[in-house]
Design a protein around this ligand. Structure first.
Ligand code: 0X9
Ligand code: ZN
Length: 826
């Protein structure tokens, strides 16, 4: 794809160096001095810095004018001076029109405002002192030239389907280095042709192809137009905030701190511990009655959006949930009551670097390398080859391919199937579990609070997913209650509730770490039926509020699903509770440290290395108010070791069945199910009281790995219930758990023969049955509970075992602990 590369020239135009030696400024006046790089405001004015350019000398702000020296990116940064923190924000405007170009509104004075500019464009850079003691702050402005290369003229992104019936054809296609999508089936693969150049290259191969979508970018552009139209004619939407359009990153951060400023007893905005790769702060908010005391022992519901940059509705849902809780606390007794019993943490944008790029990019919708609007991952560059490590994330020769898939980077089963080892792949897992600052932020939250309930928001597919991400893990002991909670929420949004392996294998995902390590019920919502960021009215308003055309129309939508999750958070039967008494001002601490293996780590060549052992430390605290306390916590035994849910066999498994291979070999068929040519072999699955089948597997094998047979299993209603359609193997195995009794058909497709004249027919066709696996129980684990007095002395120490739903009385933990006394004597 080299001809299409837009290379980012990292040479900065018209740069002056500040006193600290950092690259700072490109001023209209060529001789910038360090003093001009310092913004000053003698008082703070809480306002939206990005709303409009302020008059010169306006209180609480300071302004510089700069001219873009290049076609490319502007990057304006604020950093605190002399250690004085406070909260300054930043905005860049087009001088001629006054329109916002870029903004940044994080909670401290670490700001990065970045967007695209034209050479010669005059810009107004505005710093605003929102709050806090810092009168001055350092401003730096960089320009990065982006050089478009390759023929923009022939650009007409189209999606085609290329027929690659033989392995030789697949090789020929891959050799073109065209943009092959992940959408392929038994008979061919979809390929993106960005321009005439690509079309010519595909034509040269002589492979057959047909157009699926003649203009890939149309939908994105149409959506952008429809969104502008909707926003223009809608005064207020049905959302709690009334919002009518997708927010920018700077709006998210600003709204969170405004909510906190206006509701100080109810909302607390906070910065997560790790800045991103590009240096942005990640911002969250907590909503609770008496929000300041984070150690009040209430159960915590954590919701998150935008692990994946392009999944904008995820962030919108998360922020609207904050408004829901705030409005509800004021206006709705039921919500007020629930908010009084819980603490709610919301991180709308887990991946601000990626989100900012996707949100600020021009809508293309062609999924090409330089379709930044469709970026998914974070901004890590150092896993990519050296030639791709240059440039900022928004303009680099690897385009949107740079980065780690944050939803493959958590430690849970990390390194297993359903994640990529290739840096440029959209599901690249990263160099190690928790290698990324963004996933470490969430790890930190979940490890240091009692997060009993968690929803991580994604788009799309209309799903409510729970752990595990791969079937082999087997369901946790909690499965019945965990499933019931997911099913309940799905009645509200109209989505399908299932374990996430039902979608496809994934490892290293959020709740496959958080749930198995802490026991807090974790779900992934895949919001909306199609498109990563559809029209706002559909993808956000309708999905959230339960309006047509959403599947949750008339059922309450995601709003009601979240409220159900909130009710579950408040329900002591859904977690564990410690009760006891402690003197006022004493601090109780629950501590637990353990190691959990990852998956056997898949290597780029397909071999595996032994699992890594990842150490987790959970540490949460309660500040005693004197007398009795109640502390809502997760069960002490983590689900990973607690056992697995199963059922006892009610009878033997059914005898195996041989599949008789019909005479002859069907014609080669790379187009199943469109082309029905196949062998069809019926078989019958029995049921109780005669047999009890926990698992059914249908398998076939043949001689050469160059031959390709595929296998599908249909039930008597003609529904596909299992399939196995690999290439490069000499066997297939299709599996179905708890198969209902009835008639089934194995459909066997001759996909590819090495030598069709002397076919390599399948043999050893069998249906095998296995008994259900009974429930297993593992060891119990304890928390260590300590009590320290006001002076920080340890005055109590004991082990605590607590099961889900259980209330454990630990008594007078700060005075009655023999172990603590012993410890003190040493
Ligand atoms: O692949 C993903 O990360 C999620 N889909 S998305 O299109 N939003 O990227 C699905 C993850 C499902 N698995 C688990 N959450 N375990
Ligand atoms: Zn996602």
């Amino acid at each position: 794809m080299l001809s299409r590369l837009r290379s980012a020239t990292t040479v900065r135009a018209a740069i002056a160096l500040g006193a600290s030696g950092v690259v700072l400024f490109a001023l209209t006046t060529p001789t910038a001095t360090a003093a001009e790089n310092v913004l000053r405001a003698d008082r703070a004015v809480p306002r939206a810095c990005f709303a409009s350019p302020l008059a010169k000398g306006a209180p609480g702000a300071d302004v510089r004018e700069v001219t873009a020296g290049v076609d490319g990116l502007v990057q304006a940064r604020l950093t605190p001076r002399d250690g004085a923190e406070g909260d300054w924000d930043l905005a860049v405007f087009d001088k001629a029109t006054g329109k916002i170009v870029a903004g940044s509104s994080a909670l401290r004075s670490h700001e990065l405002a970045e967007s695209f500019v034209r050479k010669g464009q005059q810009l107004v850079v505005q710093g605003c002192r929102y709050t806090g003691p810092a009168r001055t702050v350092t401003l730096g402005v960089d320009f990065l030239a982006l050089t478009p290369q390759g023929p923009a003229a022939g650009a007409r992104p189209e999606l085609v389907r290329v027929e690659t019936p033989r392995r030789e054809d697949q090789r020929r296609l891959l050799a073109t280095e065209l943009d092959v999508t992940e959408k392929g089936d038994a008979s061919g693969v979809e390929v993106i042709l960005a321009d005439d150049d690509d079309r010519a290259r595909l034509t040269e191969t002589g492979l057959r192809f047909r157009t699926i979508d003649p203009d890939l970018s149309r939908k994105s552009k149409e959506n952008a137009v429809a969104d502008a139209d909707y926003a223009a004619k809608t005064a207020a939407s049905a959302l709690p905030s009334g919002r009518t359009s997708y927010r920018h990153l700077y709006e998210y951060d600003f709204e969170l701190k405004e909510l906190a400023r206006k509701n100080p007893a109810l909302v607390r905005a906070f910065t997560l511990p790790n800045p991103t790769i590009e240096g942005r702060d990640v911002v969250g908010a907590e909503v609770a009655t008496g929000v300041a005391n984070t150690a009040d022992g209430k159960p915590v519901f954590l919701s998150m959006g935008v692990h994946h940059a392009r999944e904008w509705p995820a962030g919108e849902h998360a922020l609207e949930w904050v408004y829901e809780l705030v409005n509800g606390t004021k206006q709705d007794p039921a919500i007020r009551s629930l908010v009084g019993k819980t603490r709610n943490i919301v991180v709308p944008i887990v991946n601000p670097d990626g989100f900012s790029i996707s949100r600020e990019a021009e809508p293309k919708g062609d999924f090409s390398r330089f379709d930044y609007e469709m970026k998914r991952k974070n901004c890590r560059a150092d896993d990519s080859p050296p030639e791709f490590r240059t440039g900022t994330c928004a303009g680099n020769p690897a385009g949107r391919q740079r980065g780690i898939d944050l939803n493959r980077n958590y430690a849970g089963f990390w390194g297993g199937p359903g994640a990529s080892t290739t840096w440029s792949n959209d599901t690249f897992r990263g160099s190690a579990p928790f290698s990324e600052p963004e996933t470490r932020n969430i790890r930190d939250l979940v490890s240091n609070r009692q997060v009993t309930n968690l929803i991580t928001l994604h788009t799309y597919s209309n799903l409510v997913l729970r752990a595990p991400g791969v079937a082999d893990t087997r369901p946790p002991l909690d499965e019945p209650a965990y499933k019931a909670l997911g099913d309940q929420m799905a009645t509200r949004n109209g989505y399908v509730s299932e374990p996430s392996w039902g979608l496809y294998d994934t490892t290293g995902t959020t709740e496959d770490w958080s749930y198995w390590a802490t026991g807090g019920y974790g779900f992934t919502f895949e919001v909306g039926p199609s498109e990563f960021h559809p029209r706002y009215a559909n993808g956000v308003v309708a999905e959230y509020a339960g309006l047509p055309p959403a599947a949750g129309a008339g059922k309450g939508g995601n709003r009601q699903a979240f409220l159900d999750m909130l009710a579950n958070t408040a329900d002591p039967a859904a977690h564990s509770t410690l009760i006891g008494s402690a003197p006022r001002g004493h601090q109780l601490q629950l501590h637990k440290t353990f190691q959990t293996p990852t998956s056997p780590v898949i290597q780029p060549d397909g071999s595996t290395r032994p699992p890594l052992y990842v150490k987790d430390t959970l540490n949460s605290s309660l500040r005693a108010t004197g007398g009795r306390f109640a502390w809502s916590i997760n069960p002490s035994t983590r689900p990973y070791v607690a056992g697995r849910y199963g059922r006892d066999p009610q009878g033997p498994a059914q005898q195996g069945i041989e599949l008789a291979n019909p005479a002859g070999v069907p014609a080669e068929n790379t187009g199943f199910p469109g082309n029905p040519t196949a062998e069809r072999i019926p078989f019958t699955v029995k049921g109780l009281p005669e047999v009890d089948n926990g698992k059914l597997s249908v398998s076939i094998s043949w001689k050469s790995q160059e031959t390709d047979w595929d296998l599908y299993v249909f039930d008597s209603a003609g529904k596909l219930v299992s399939q196995s359609a690999n290439g490069g193997t000499n066997s297939e195995r299709a599996v179905l758990f708890d198969p209902p009794a009835g008639d089934y058909t194995a459909v066997i497709v001759n996909y590819d023969q090495v030598d069709p004249a002397r076919p390599d027919d399948w043999t050893a066709g069998r249906v095998e049955f296995a008994s259900p696996l009974p429930t297993t129980y593992g060891p119990k684990e304890a928390y260590t509970l300590t009590c320290t007095d006001r002076a920080g002395r340890l005055v109590g120490l004991t082990d605590v075992y607590a099961d889900r739903g259980q209330t454990v009385d630990v008594g007078e933990v700060c005075t009655n602990s023999a172990r603590a006394n012993k410890q003190r004597q040493r």
